[in-house]
Each structure stands twice: as structure tokens, then as C-alpha cells.
Design a protein around this ligand. Structure first.
Ligand code: TXA
Ligand code: MG
Length: 344
């Protein structure tokens, strides 16, 4: 990737540049801007302005102990925001930035406590989206954007500006549109210190890609049953649609759908494998066919769940994803979504 491509602004037309400058001015003045990234939309504030950062927690209804990710516009800024950076972190940043990878590192004195939830570590990411990079680089060089995903606490992340609008209209100073998100799932969170490298949240970069970049194995430090770590995405009830979601195998799904339809429930059946649509031909059943490729599936997953919420259904029956490494982040999000509703 060239330096030019990383500044972002050159890839935007004049109208989008003007919107980016307006957004940067809002952030510089302590306002809140929802902005696009390649993973999901973020809810951004000037990371160096504690009053602005506090607004994010209030808008999201997120507990203050759940830290935000610091977004930077250049790999060169990493040393300003963190210290004692291990060699593995440099290797990962050089390999995957800009991109869907968040590094958990020792924070520098420039990172306010409200960004990190009082911890001595900070999550840092350089996003790969022209509008996001342009916005970051339009701000003062000693500023960065603190941002969680632009959804209410515990809900599904937005992958279009319309999703943000539906959840946060009137609560933010500006929603910067950058089209649908390329990846559609949140970044992979990696904690790197001088001894170990561990994955805290599976996401846009796969475990295999990280292991191959480092030429060593890494540990998985998350589970879907809800351990008490300070990663909000590790709560079991995270990433949930408001419609109850049940994960079912291909063998179970057809019969269950028909049973629920017979009881006059409105349901969506979401499948990825070859599935006979006629077996679901009953009133009250909507069949949503997802791609069988994990990259494409990941891109569309949240939009499909948002769509189900919008329609107002009684249940979503979701076909269990393949147990393959490339599906890890998808399986993680679906397990959490299904646990949120005490399913039997
Ligand atoms: O793709 C993404 O990462 C998106 C886009 C907007 O960049 N952001 C995102 O933010 O998913 P959020 O806040 O929804 O999830 C960030 C996760 C949270 O679970 C948070 O607890 C964790 O990162 N995190 C942030 N700083 C941390 C730290 N110092 N130690 C452990 N976890 C941290
Ligand atoms: Mg989130």
C-alpha cells in the first residue's frame, strides 16, 4: 500500500472531502461523529477530550469500565499513544494496518483514563477506509478518535449509515456516510506483550493470518460463555438482535420452522448451505439465503439481523455455521447472539 492511499483524502471526491472537514471540525470542538470503517461504523470523539469521550458512554449506554478503541491515521502515531511496544506488535501493525486489527498495548501518558476504562493498556487500530483515514488525518496530529461501534450497548454493530441512523439519529452531531462496510464484522483484538500474543476477540483478520505473520502460534483468550475480562464484546449477551435468535443445524431447521409457523409465529430462517426452499414454504416463514463463503457471509450478517429486527419477527432460526477456522468470528458472534435470549 502506498503512503498516498493511506492518507485517505486523495481517494475522495470534493463533496466527501467537505463532509470530512466538517466532521473533523465537529470532533475538534468536542462533538460526536459516527463514521465508517471497513469493519463496522464507529461512534467517534476526540480521544484527548474527556468530556467528549464521556458523551460516547452516555449515548451508547455503555458502562464506563468498558474501554474504547483509539483510532489512528498513521502507523507512525503508534509510539505517541503507547509505550514499550513489543516486536510482535510492530510486525502485526506493519502487516495488517491499515486494517481490521486492534492491538492492546501499554498506554502512554497521552491517553486519558476515560478512553481505557482506567486500565494501563490501550486498544489501538488504524482503519482501512478512505473516509476514516481522511478524517483522522484532517484532525490535529496530536489527536486521535476514540470510538466503539456505533450501536447501543449490547446490540448489533451497524454496517451501513442507515443502521446508525436507526439507532442514534438525533443523539450524534453528524453521521458521516461511507457506504456499506467492506468486512462487516469487528476487528480482531490482539494483546501483545514481550512474552505472549493472544487473541481477545476473533474478527476481520483470521488467527491463521496472525500466526503466519508472526511465524508462531498464538493463544485464544476469549470464550463465549462470558469470562470476566474487560472486553465488552466478551459478554455472552453481546452482538444481539432484539429478535430472539436460535442456532440450529441443517437437519433441525426445516422441521422447527414448520412447527413454529403452525403455532402462528412469524419467523426468519437464515441458511448458508444448499437448502430446498420448498421445504420452508409455509405462511409466516421468510427464508434468507446467505453466502456460503465466510468473507461474503461476514459482510452481510449484521445487515441480515438488522433486517429481521426491522420486520418485527418472533424468532430468527439461524443455521449453525461450519466449524472451520475461517468461520470463527461469525460463529463467535452467533453464539453470543443466541445466548442473549435464554434459548432452550
Ligand atoms: O472493528 C472495530 O474494532 C470497531 C470499529 C469501529 O473500529 N470498533 C469496535 O469497538 O468494535 P467496540 O468498543 O464495540 O469494541 C472494542 C472492544 C471492546 O470489547 C473493548 O472492551 C475492547 O475492544 N478493548 C478496548 N480497549 C481494551 C483494553 N485496553 N484491553 C482489553 N480490551 C479492550
Ligand atoms: Mg461494539
Amino acid at each position: 500500500m502506498t503512503v498516498k492511499a493511506q492518507s485517505g483524502i486523495d481517494q475522495l471526491d470534493q463533496a466527501q472531502r467537505n463532509r470530512v472537514y466538517a466532521a473533523a471540525a465537529i470532533l475538534n470542538n468536542g462533538g460526536i461523529v459516527a463514521f465508517p470503517t471497513e469493519t463496522v461504523y464507529g461512534l467517534g470523539a476526540d480521544a484527548t477530550n474527556p468530556a467528549a469521550v464521556q458523551k460516547i458512554y452516555a449515548i451508547k449506554q455503555r458502562p464506563a469500565s468498558h474501554p474504547l478503541i483509539l483510532h489512528i491515521g498513521s502507523i507512525a502515531h503508534l509510539e505517541h499513544w503507547s509505550r514499550d511496544i513489543p516486536e510482535t506488535a510492530w510486525m502485526l501493525a506493519e502487516r495488517f494496518w491499515p486494517g481490521p486489527l486492534t492491538l492492546i498495548l501499554q498506554k502512554s501518558r497521552y491517553v486519558p483514563d476515560c478512553v481505557t476504562g482506567g486500565q494501563d493498556t490501550v486498544g489501538i487500530r488504524m482503519p482501512a477506509h478512505a473516509t476514516a483515514l481522511a478524517l483522522l488525518n484532517a484532525m490535529h496530529p496530536e489527536k486521535a478518535i476514540a470510538a466503539p461501534s456505533a450501536n447501543l450497548y449490547g446490540r448489533i454493530s451497524p454496517t451501513t449509515s442507515a443502521h446508525v441512523q436507526a439507532a442514534l439519529a438525533g443523539k450524534v452531531d453528524m453521521i458521516l456516510d461511507g457506504g456499506p462496510c467492506e468486512i462487516g464484522l469487528e476487528s480482531t483484538i490482539v494483546r501483545a506483550d514481550h512474552q505472549t500474543v493472544s487473541i481477545l476477540r476473533p474478527g476481520g483478520v483470521t488467527v491463521a493470518e496472525i500466526e503466519s505473520a508472526l511465524n508462531r502460534s498464538v493463544s485464544l483468550a476469549y470464550n463465549s460463555t462470558g469470562q470476566t475480562v474487560r472486553v465488552s464484546g466478551s459478554l455472552p449477551a453481546h452482538y444481539a438482535p432484539s429478535t430472539p435468535l436460535k442456532l440450529r443445524t441443517k437437519a433441525e431447521i426445516g422441521q422447527q420452522a414448520l412447527d413454529l409457523a403452525r403455532q402462528h409465529f412469524q419467523i426468519a430462517v437464515v441458511t448458508w448451505s444448499a437448502f430446498d426452499p420448498l421445504s420452508l414454504n409455509a405462511p409466516g416463514i421468510r427464508h434468507i439465503v446467505m453466502p456460503s463463503d465466510p468473507i461474503e457471509y461476514g459482510k452481510q450478517l449484521y445487515a441480515a439481523l438488522h433486517q429481521c429486527d426491522r420486520i418485527g419477527l418472533d424468532f430468527i432460526l439461524m443455521e449453525t455455521p461450519p466449524q472451520k477456522p475461517a468461520w470463527l468470528a461469525i460463529a463467535d458472534r452467533l453464539q453470543r447472539a443466541s445466548r442473549a435470549h435464554h434459548e432452550t
